[in-house]
Design a binder for this molecule. Structure first.
Ligand code: KIV
Ligand code: ZN
Length: 533
């Protein structure tokens, strides 16, 4: 499948031709590694391939595809992404042990441009409690790990986990040794989102200027958002001389997330007057990428999220609307089209045929295989029967769901619900599990409870339900409901998403989607012990 857009990366490259190469900032996307580590954000292999394809087409310089030793699923995902990606460097993460590095090397070897990213914690608190190693042992491990990685590729990145809470002398020695052993990128993570811009600026500047060999490598930022300063810190790092930013679509990531890719790129574009740096990323693909990542990770984007939030370009108040009518510059610092936002367009109706539907999919950036297309078309017809106005957003929600569930072992195939004032809520639900139809009927405390009880009876499991959330895809009472369901089992969280004009059907779909992911997680087995931020 491929995603297409109005602009392409060639246009961006042409626009950038006149710019100074020393001011070029490499965009390193870690949505598929750090982003996916976010509790509940697990993606299937197919989801990851779709995201990787969009990132590649968007012009992201480096795609961190996963953490190969953490599970067989992650290993396979990195191999497949490495085979698929055409332009970007494909990177696999590893800790400092040789087994980790060898596994990462095995996975990225399929890439046209492979990179190994190896890291170790350097701060006193991590050394003492996480690694039980002293500073000298950590420094030795840095040298050994970078040399080992160089056996697989000459594109090696080394990271100091929790760098911003590390004594400067230890951090300087680690960086110096990593460079000496052949690392080509040195990453300085603010792992716990503790830094402030002035401090981060000073750290990067001194490292770059004072570490021997510091002028020969690319310095990189990797900022978490615990205090809401991830983007500001990353940009401070660039002003200090960093030329790679690690970030994620929608700012997805552990805890409060990572620096948001779309915010970084737009800040550089819009404020070129004081931030004279540039990237080769095609920003017109942001809205599409944001929706895709929200759909496959089932992490909704907050309405007022900068750049890609639903309200990011909405002008509600009278005073603002009046100003906008006179001159859009009164309240708009960037054009919605520059991030790929177009007005909600009326899409297709119930009389539209296959050709029109295929054409619309192409415009929206989808190219589906035959089976997925037929299923999506059938669901579109059902939707058009129920809903007078079918918008582009409706089609996107429908297709995203179709693609995300096409390989699921459990499928929702039937549902009827009886509920209302004075009626005991009852659900009758049918699932197809590995091709076999199973049905169950039960009452519940409400219709949703009855539906979820049916699913639990058909697929027994002990998972808790920490989140059930309903929102609308478009406006109006006939809008499709979008439901998010999060399940938690033995400390593992997964999130499922379902969309339908019937909120009960959307709820059942979301629960089934989460259950499919839970089963996939069980199959993948335990993650390697010391996962990272
Ligand atoms: O936050 C962090 O320190 C990380 C490293 C593994 C780069 O994600
Ligand atoms: Zn991180």
């Amino acid at each position: 499948m491929s995603q297409t857009g109005k602009h392409d990366t060639a246009t961006v490259i042409a626009e950038n031709a006149a710019k100074d190469p020393k001011d070029r900032v490499l965009i390193f996307d870690t949505t598929l590694r750090d982003g996916e580590q976010s509790p509940g954000a697990a993606m299937t292999l197919e989801d990851k391939l779709r995201v990787a394809e969009v990132l590649d087409e968007m012009g992201v310089d480096i795609i961190e595809a996963g953490f190969p030793i953490s599970s067989n699923g992650d290993f396979e995902a990195v191999c497949e992404i490495a085979k698929l990606v055409k332009n970007s460097v494909v990177c696999g993460l590893s800790r400092s042990s040789f087994a980790d590095i060898d596994r990462a090397g095995e996975a990225v070897k399929f890439a046209k441009y492979p990179r190994i990213h190896t890291f170790i914690s350097t701060s006193p608190v991590h050394r003492k409690w996480k690694l039980q190693m002293d500073a000298e042992q950590v420094i030795d491990a840095v040298g050994a790990s970078v040399s080992r990685a160089r056996n697989y590729t000459d594109n090696v990145e080394w990271s100091a986990e929790d760098a911003t809470r590390t004594e400067w002398d230890v951090l300087f020695r680690c960086c110096e040794l990593a460079i000496k052993q052949g690392a080509t990128t040195i990453n300085i993570p603010d792992t716990v989102g503790y830094s402030v811009p002035e401090e981060y600026y000073a750290l990067i500047k001194r490292l770059r200027e004072e570490v021997p060999g510091g002028d020969k490598v690319v310095w990189s930022t990797h900022c978490h958002n615990d205090l809401g300063m991830a983007v500001a810190n990353s940009l401070a790092g660039v002003r200090a001389g960093a030329r790679q930013i690690e970030c994620t679509i929608n700012g997805l990531g552990e805890r409060a997330g990572n620096a948001a890719l779309e915010e970084i790129v737009m800040a550089l574009k819009v404020r070129g007057d004081i931030l004279p740096y540039w990237t080769e990323v095609d920003s017109t693909k942001f809205v599409r990428a944001s929706k895709l990542v929200a759909a496959v990770s089932a992490f909704p984007v907050q309405y007022n999220k900068a750049v890609v939030g639903r309200n990011a370009f909405a002008h509600e108040s009278g005073i603002h609307q009046d100003g906008m009518l006179k001159n859009i510059e009164t309240y708009e610092i960037m054009r919605p089209e520059s991030v790929g936002l177009s007005k909600s367009t009326l899409s297709l109706g119930k009389l539209s045929g296959r050709a029109a539907f295929r054409d619309k999919l192409k415009q929206l950036g989808y190219e589906l295989g035959d089976n997925a297309f037929q299923d999506a078309f059938r669901r579109f017809k059902d939707l058009a029967d129920k809903k007078k106005l079918v918008f582009d957003e409706d089609i996107e929600a429908l297709v995203d769901q179709e693609v995300a569930t096409q390989y699921d072992r459990i499928k929702l195939v039937g549902l009827s619900v009886a509920a209302g004032l004075g009626v005991a809520p009852k659900a009758t639900l049918a699932l197809e599990i590995d091709g076999q139809r199973h049905e169950h009927e039960t009452v519940g405390d409400g219709p949703v409870d009855a539906i979820f009880k049916c699913i639990k009876a058909l697929v027994p499991h002990e998972a808790r339900l920490p989140l059930y959330q309903v929102s609308a895809v478009t406006e109006g009472t006939d809008a499709q409901a979008e439901v998010m369901v999060r399940l938690e089992e033995n400390g593992k969280e997964v999130t499922g998403r379902g969309a339908d004009t019937d909120t009960m059907v959307a709820s059942a779909r979301a629960y089934v989607a989460a259950l499919n992911k839970l089963m996939m997680k069980r199959l993948r087995g335990p993650h390697a012990q010391a996962m990272t931020g």
